[in-house]
Design a protein around this ligand. Structure first.
Ligand SMILES: *Cc1c(COP(=O)(O)O)cnc(C)c1O
Length: 367
């Protein structure tokens, strides 16, 4: 079976974890600080604040913006449930903007139509490893006086015009086990804003600035040095990981270009796609239903993922809440029935890639 993700660490991570274990300082300490500094440098921002997971980084970002009931956050309907849960946790109302079928992300024009007088935050999700059109979206936010929270959980290192995901407002990253950079569980918030960064650091640590000096009711959102020891060494090798993912994506797209009804993903001009997922669309011309296509891939030894099988609000707990405003999203409603993610990770060999291409081609041609 060709797996959809492989989790593997180098000797440098093993050594650093052992060092932390032997130091006896296993909670938040100097390695978390180093991880933050290195991550901020990679994203090109002044501050990075490490937290215990990616959902927390979204929740914390919205908490730092001090939203009030009735304030609205506009996001993508085509995302992981954490995006929506974080908005509801903040006490705000969620609205959605339709996506583009080209990059699977919200656009400035769809966001613009979803903005209401109550809108306070635009929350694009950089899905599958490709940053949304942040040049346009940040211009829109600036023009309307709105904050930006980028759900960059899947897009560490993705850029547009050379500028990184997470550098346009508050950036929110995940280091969950399957993400491009991982600490098992973990998250990071990035920002150039000194005041927000300071508030986030205080909120992360029980609202405490100095020992027993509490400024506001806070949380325990801390990451540990053990986790930072796993994450830090991955930053050195990350460009090579992205290059391997890009090579695999190009090879798959070349091999699948002629397959009828399969639409391969594209890296848009001026953007760096980091290929967290390689996601094709199985369109009606393929002559096979998406779920049957996935089942046949698995029969042929290729694991495939459906991210995501339904729009984020299309589950019982979200359907009839006044703080979840559901409208029609024609592109997202279609795309959600068509997407299939194929393995693209750096551990694939040429023969694995050929097997994936052959499996897709033979299933679609009915062989
Ligand atoms: C993974 C993910 C999250 C949540 O991150 P966790 O670390 O799992 O809490 C949020 N948004 C998106 C789009 C994700 O893929």
């Amino acid at each position: 079976m060709i797996p959809i993700t492989v989790v593997e660490f180098g000797e440098d991570a093993e050594r650093l974890v052992l060092e932390v274990l032997r130091s006896g300082n296993i909670a938040q300490g100097p390695l978390v600080r180093q991880f933050e500094e290195r991550f901020a440098a990679m994203v090109g921002v002044k501050h990075a604040i490490a937290v215990n997971n990616g959902t927390t980084s979204l929740v914390a970002s919205l908490a730092a913006l001090d939203l009030q009931p009735g304030d609205e956050v506009v996001t993508s309907p085509f995302t992981f449930v954490a995006t929506l849960n974080a908005i509801l946790e903040s006490g705000a109302t969620a609205r959605f903007a339709d996506i583009s079928e080209v990059d699977f992300n919200v656009t400035a024009s769809s966001l613009s139509s979803a903005i209401s007088p109550n809108t306070k935050v635009l929350m694009p999700v950089h899905l599958y490893g490709q940053i949304a059109d942040m040049s346009e979206i940040s211009a829109l936010a600036a023009g309307r006086g709105l904050a930006i929270v980028e759900d960059s959980a899947q897009s560490h290192g993705s850029t547009i015009g050379g500028r990184h995901a997470g550098s346009f407002g508050l950036g929110s990253f995940s280091f969950y086990a399957t993400k491009n950079i991982t600490t098992g569980e973990g998250g990071m918030i990035t920002t150039d804003d000194d005041v927000l960064a300071d508030r986030l650091r205080v909120l992360r640590n029980q609202g405490m600035r100095a020992r027993y000096q509490y400024e506001l009711p806070g949380h325990n959102w801390r990451l540990t040095d053990l986790q930072a020891a796993v994450g830090l060494p991955q930053l050195d090798g990350y460009d090579a990981v992205v290059e391997a993912r890009q090579r695999n994506a190009t090879y798959l797209s070349d091999g699948l270009a002629e397959v009828n009804g399969i639409v391969v993903p594209t890296q848009l001009d001026g953007r760096r796609h980091v290929w967290h997922q390689y996601t094709v669309r199985v369109t009606p011309e393929a002559g096979i239903a998406r779920d049957e296509f996935v089942a046949k891939l698995v029969e042929r030894g290729v694991s495939a993922g459906v991210y995501y099988p339904k729009l984020v609000f299309d589950y019982e707990p979200y359907r009839s809440r006044p703080d979840v405003i559901i409208e029609r999203y024609p592109v997202a409603e279609r795309v959600v029935r068509e997407v299939v993610s194929l393995p693209v990770h750096p551990h694939l060999r040429r023969e694995d890639l050929d097997r994936i291409i052959d499996a897709v081609a033979s299933i679609v041609s009915g062989r």
